[in-house]
Design a protein around this ligand. Structure first.
Ligand code: ZN
Length: 321
């Protein structure tokens, strides 16, 4: 994205090509001499984001979801510099009057995938997450099958007309909402079919070798990629593999609500140790704070309002933890 104040670039795509990042910068230089202000990592997979150093050398700030940074920090790939700036849910980059909206929708193709949207142009760019007219293949390795369906529904509810996929679809065309809906239906069909087969004990070999989804046989990559899709759903329905528990990140509904509430209570206690900012006794009760969920584990005493995972909530009772 190039404007009068500078350039926002995404994904250097220089995996296995040490000069790839510099080549990309050189191509941008053919179009504009404005400064490259940002490089956005679409997600943490190297086939898309390796090669960022040339952008840093050109003065760009690398922006990504914070989970991408966590992933990359552990692996220390020399071709992939860590992001300079991370965020959790949403970040808008505005240059020269044009806004690029970055949104994180939770777990789907990876646990760090972003939707990049140009609201005025009604254009979205999503890498690997919603392929256009094609069967996803190796991208299924890091895929979160249950959560991805919810993410695609969220994408469908956003305001856009055209979708740029991370890999060219048939005829290199842009995607539409129908393509996104078709991809969702394809995943649901694959999931339903494998669920039945898995419960008949057919995961992995029988499913991967024998299962066909003829409705999609015209899609790009059908022959080669379908086994990857079936393997991932065999992981889910045949082995109970949903994805990393640790990666359960950014979801609205926590997988373990009890643990989530304890973390929330701990965070709340740290942020507001004496409870004075958030907990006041309700009008009708001398002991229960009227503070909603944030204080679900708090007891009110004459002194501080303390967090306790096993509070008996008796008036005046306090228990540290
Ligand atoms: Zn990917």
């Amino acid at each position: 994205m190039s404007g009068k104040d500078g350039v926002i670039a995404t994904d250097p795509v220089a995996y296995g090509r040490p000069q790839g990042g510099a080549q990309y910068v050189a191509e941008i230089r053919k179009v504009t001499d404005k400064p490259i202000k940002y490089l956005v990592y679409s997600h943490h997979h190297y086939d898309h984001i390796a090669g960022g150093q040339a952008f840093k050398d050109a003065g760009a700030k690398i922006v990504a979801h914070r989970k991408a940074k966590e992933r990359l920090a552990v692996l220390k790939d020399p071709a992939t510099p860590l992001p300079d700036e991370v965020f959790g849910k949403k970040r808008n980059l505005t240059l020269g009057g044009t806004t690029l909206e970055l949104t994180y929708l939770g777990l789907n193709h990876s646990d760090s995938s972003l939707v990049m949207r140009l609201p005025k142009e009604k254009l979205i760019f999503m890498v690997d997450f919603i392929p256009v007219g094609s069967v996803p293949g190796r991208g299924m390795i890091d895929f979160y099958p249950l959560e991805a369906e919810g993410s695609i529904k969220q994408v469908l509810s956003m305001d856009w007309d055209r979708l740029i996929p991370g890999h060219p679809g048939p005829g290199d065309r842009l995607g539409t909402k129908k393509d996104a809906q078709d991809q969702l239906t394809f995943l649901q069909d694959a999931s339903d079919a494998v669920k039945v087969a898995a419960r008949e004990g057919k995961c992995w070999d029988a499913v991967e070798k024998e299962m066909k989804l003829p409705k999609y046989e015209k899609w790009l990559g059908y022959e080669n990629n379908l086994p990857f899709v079936l393997r991932r759903y065999c992981g889910l329905w045949g082995r109970g593999t949903r994805g990393s528990e640790e990666a359960d990140y950014g979801k609205k509904t926590p997988r373990n609500p009890g643990a989530f509430r304890l973390r929330l209570a701990a965070a709340s206690a740290r942020a507001d140790p004496d409870g004075s900012a958030s907990c006041r006794p309700s009008a009708g009760s001398a002991c229960r704070p009227r503070c909603g969920t944030r204080c679900a584990f708090r007891t009110w005493s004459t002194g501080p309002c303390l967090s306790s995972p096993r509070s008996d909530r008796r008036c005046g009772h306090r228990r540290a933890w």
